[in-house]
Design a protein around this ligand. Structure first.
Ligand SMILES: [Zn+2]
Length: 331
């Protein structure tokens, strides 16, 4: 079978190679991977962070069809369509026991602490799979990272119907889903992006980051947002923290443009604002997303095949990118 692999860190070292199909443990399921999402984590896996094993297969976000199941797997059968919950977790630590598998004290991210999904076939533990309905593969392969990260962040912020939510990076991987999910949860959505097409995903208003504080002020009569999502980091920090209203919540799961910012502590306490960190999501949230996935859309910028994985990673940070970058695998 073919996999996308590298022997040494570096985008130039990515190659498609022929390897043996993975061996199936008794609790594992063999998947034919159909599609993968391309995310910043994949870029960092290939270019900079320490990963294992080596040589290494990247791919943190993928979905496919069950081909074979281990002896002790009873919930899945060949032909099932599934998305992969991409956290390694022990199921027994205090975090796992409170359904926070993504914070497992003995865990990690698949594709960082294990091989990932940029492969024709992958063996994963049955407990990591979630069945999905007949949805497009570009949606299926957007559930485990993009949609789940957005959903968990909105849940962590305690978003309530009627809240005003401002979403920075609204046309990006997670942003597209944050817009749709916040709308489904009954919020009023202000998308902060230069891309007007996010209205098609349900955004009530679209404003650009440089005018965000003024525009959000006008739209809310000075109250500002109840929840602000900003995964962009340094470049948008001043605007996004400035958009938080009284008792409002600022929440992040990334720092794409840098992670060093200056905080006015007095503004924080005098408005009783909250700053919240969020990362990935829980298995339960992924299964909830799978159920509502027929209602989700994704705008795809470009789909690449396995031989073009390097270009897919480059495209991620291209100014021309206009939607998600995907990797087509089994089709
Ligand atoms: Zn655990």
């Amino acid at each position: 079978m073919k996999v996308v692999q590298f022997q040494e860190s570096g985008l130039d070292n990515l190659k498609v190679v022929e390897t043996e199909r993975p061996r199936l443990g008794s609790h594992d399921v063999l998947l034919q991977v159909m599609e993968a999402g391309v995310n910043p984590i994949d870029y960092y896996v290939v270019s900079s962070i320490n990963v294992r094993p080596m040589p290494h297969v990247p791919g943190a976000e993928f979905a496919g069809v069950v081909v074979e199941v281990g002896d002790h797997v009873s919930d899945f059968k060949p032909g099932d369509r599934v998305a992969v919950y991409n956290r390694v977790f022990d199921g027994s630590c205090d975090m796992c026991l409170s359904s926070m598998e993504h914070l497992c004290r003995n865990g990690g991210i698949m594709s960082v602490v294990t091989n990932g999904g940029w492969a024709e076939y992958v063996a994963v533990p049955g407990k990591n799979l979630v069945k999905i309905p007949e949805i497009g593969w570009e949606i299926a392969a957007s559930l485990p990272v993009s949609a789940l990260t957005a959903y968990h962040a909105l849940m962590s912020a305690g978003l309530r119907p009627g809240n005003v939510v401002a979403i920075f990076g609204a046309s990006g991987n997670t942003g597209q889903f944050a817009v749709q999910l916040a709308k489904m949860m009954g919020a009023e959505v202000i998308a902060v992006t230069g891309k007007d097409w996010v209205r098609e995903l349900g955004a009530d208003y679209v404003v650009t980051a440089d005018k965000a504080v003024d525009e959000i002020g006008k739209l809310t009569g000075g109250r500002m947002a109840d929840v602000v999502i900003d995964p962009l980091g340094q470049s948008t920090w001043t605007a996004s923290i400035g958009a938080v209203g009284r008792r409002g919540k600022w929440i992040t799961f990334g720092q794409l443009t840098g992670g060093e910012v200056t905080l006015s502590i007095s503004k924080l306490y005098s408005s009783e604002a909250w700053i919240i960190g969020s990362t990935g999501g829980t298995r339960k949230e992924l299964s909830e997303l799978a159920k509502l996935s027929p209602k989700l859309k994704v705008r795809v910028d470009k789909e690449y095949d396995m031989n073009d994985a390097r270009n897919a990673l480059d495209r991620l940070f291209s100014k021309q990118r206009n939607g998600r970058v995907m990797l087509r695998i089994g089709r």
